[in-house]
Write a protein that binds this ligand. Sequence first.
Ligand code: GTP
Ligand code: MG
Length: 171
Amino acid sequence: QTYPQLPDSCLVVLIGASGAGKSTLASTWPVSQVLSLDALRGAVSDDCGLQEATSDAVDVLHLLLECRMARRKFTVVDATNVTKSAREPLVAAAKRHNMPVIAVMVATPASVCVERQDPRPANRTVPADTVRAQHKAMVHSHPTLLAEGFNEVLFADSLYRLEPYLEQISN
Ligand code: GTP
Ligand code: MG
């Protein structure tokens, strides 16, 4: 396991606005362990930014999650997960298989998340208003996560600092 704070066998639910750095953190795990909603939108539609493909991609994500939880496989869900309705089926899948479920908040400031949309390709930019709403929802989620069934709530920057890793992959 890359991070000593996380059990070998658990579900990690990343929570954060677009641009917060969820996929950057997720890229520190083997690709097979990461269920990326963007990648699954791409898998069903050839366009990872196609919002119309979201509900199909969510269905596929839930199916893959069920298969992995049944095998007790360490799994990371890379999606914004800022609403209770998005998180509920993830927590339920872990509970069905007695797997610990850990929330990892990627709590990058809203202004930084908005700035990070600029250099993205057009089909991957999220409007500033949407990013700010996601950020607000993420902040409001924090106090209810334990009551939703998460066994633990961590902040991404307590796992490790991304800077040395980013330096390493840019070399
Ligand atoms: P969505 O997929 O839109 O929900 O966003 P995301 O949360 O997956 O963000 P992503 O990981 O794509 O990061 C957005 C941008 O921020 C990328 O250009 C990253 O290189 C950069 N970034 C992410 N984390 C860090 C960090 O810790 N430090 C710095 N300097 N840049 C980061
Ligand atoms: Mg991402």
